[in-house]
Design a protein around this ligand. Structure first.
Ligand code: MG
Length: 398
């Protein structure tokens, strides 16, 4: 069988590590050929010793030197080529031996390498939702032009991809994204204002990285996913609904014009979605625990409360405004989440900062990378200024 080379952008993060476990479990013909990480060189060194990639990339020269020291200390016989920075990420994303690129970096840094991978005709298994939020038009057009496949790893979109298989687009009335509701689902506004980083990091059902966990606590994550669904599947804001579903058993649903609803269910383990994206259209056996519906017993669904979770409404507003507005919302949110994680901002102020930046933005077309990156940079500056103006003195100047 032909080797299926896998490149991973963000290999030491949550999705990255899970991808390596999936590839190891699948065995031949799947094989890791290139890995990109930022600064976690100790973990990257372990991954190199185990998976023997041909190429790796880290954030900068210092990380590269540290990585070499770690590899010497491990005494590994293999020595991959080591690159740095954005060019390194791009080389990993376009490696000639990779047929599939798992894009699992956090935030805006994954955009350009993902575009390059699509231009090179690679299948992109996309975990980085910010890429589609910022540049959905550009990314989907690039994929179409080079006939490259874009497969979602985000669990909701992976579920929708599965539900939509074999259905005519015109037969689908709406998409229904489920959301766990996060750790503050049942909290009042006052409790949310006092929320600490530790409380916000306590996600009830999924174990994920810091940025997406905070976004889940504000429901911005679901807002970003509404925009992601729009670009992946071509449905308008009016055709994408969100339901709170605390058990996280139904990963998402579609409603058809005849009233039928199709749901995709599973355990909360990202390895299912990752494996699906790597092996599609094939289904391969998987040794993970099975979903036990008898043990789950009851499933609950409720409408999201946009009064307490205004980020969800902001995302719908950004999607309807179109152009550069989603990129602006995403960038302002990223800055505000970082400030919250560093203890400079209250959780409930994230939405206020994002809303302020969006109000001041004059929407432009988002069909070029330059326009998107300019909007992104503008929004980050404005968010920092807003945070300084509202007394978040410790926020570093951009
Ligand atoms: Mg998700």
């Amino acid at each position: 069988m032909r080797v299926k080379g896998i490149a991973v952008l963000g290999s030491t993060g949550s999705i990255g590590c899970n991808t390596l476990r999936v590839v190891e479990a699948l065995g031949e013909p799947f094989r890791i050929v290139a890995l990109a990480a930022r600064r976690n060189v100790a973990k990257l060194a372990e991954q190199i010793a185990r998976h023997r990639p041909l190429l790796v990339s880290v954030e900068n020269e210092r990380c590269a030197e540290e990585l070499k020291e770690h590899l010497r200390a491990i005494g590994t016989a293999v020595a991959p080529q080591i690159l740095i920075g954005e060019q390194g990420l791009i080389e990993v994303a376009t490696h000639e031996r990779a047929s599939c690129v798992v894009a699992a970096t956090v935030g805006a840094v994954g955009l350009v390498p993902t575009l390059r991978a699509l231009e090179a005709g690679k299948r992109v298994a996309l975990a980085n939702k910010e890429t589609l939020v910022m540049a959905g038009e550009l990314v989907t057009r690039t994929a179409q032009n080079s006939a490259a496949e874009l497969l979602p790893i985000d669990s909701e979109h992976n579920a929708l991809h599965q539900c939509l298989r074999g259905e005519e687009r015109a037969d689908v009335r709406r998409l229904i994204l489920t959301a766990s509701g996060g750790p503050f689902r049942t909290c009042d506004r006052e409790a949310m204002e006092r929320a600490t980083v530790e409380e916000a990091m306590r996600h009830p059902t999924w174990n994920m990285g810091a940025k997406v966990t905070i976004d889940s606590a504000t429901l911005m994550n679901k807002g970003l996913e509404v925009i992601e669904a729009h670009w992946l599947f071509g449905f308008d804001a009016d055709q994408i609904d969100v339901l709170i579903h605390p058990e996280s058993v139904v990963h998402s649903m579609i409603e058809l014009i005849d009233g039928s609803v199709i749901a995709q269910m599973g355990i909360t383990d990202m390895r299912h979605a990752i494996q699906y994206a790597l092996t599609y259209p094939q289904r391969l056996a998987c040794a993970l625990p099975r979903l036990d519906l008898v043990r789950v017993g009851t499933l609950h669904f409720e409408r999201p409360d946009v009064e307490r979770f205004p980020c969800l409404a902001l995302a719908y507003r950004a999607l309807r405004a179109g152009g550069t507005m989603p990129a602006v919302m995403n960038a302002a949110n990223e800055e505000a989440v970082n400030a919250f994680l560093e203890g400079h901002l209250k959780l409930t102020e994230i939405a206020r900062i994002v809303a302020r930046v969006m109000e001041q933005h004059a929407v432009r077309e988002a069909s070029s990378l330059d326009a998107i990156l300019a909007a992104d940079a503008w929004a980050r500056r404005r968010a920092a200024e807003e945070m300084r103006a509202s007394g978040c003195g410790a926020v570093a100047p951009v």
